[in-house]
Design a protein around this ligand. Sequence first.
Ligand SMILES: [Cu+2]
Length: 76
Amino acid sequence: MVTFKISIDGMHCESCVDKIKSALNATPTVANCRISLPDERAIVTFDSDQPDVTKAIEAIQGQGFNVTGYAAVASS
Ligand SMILES: [Cu+2]
């Protein structure tokens, strides 16, 4: 499992959150995701040592949102 924090620009409401959540859940290697509207970021956990971070970012962008940055989060 690898976790990434992805910063997202352009979310306004819960329906934005739901759109991103669905897109991420449909992305290969994504195990689960938590999205914070006030913090403008997604915490995405991948069930692979070779996570498809690029695909996850593209999934978010495909819903019309901007990704402003991402970083691996220390795993436990
Ligand atoms: Cu919205």
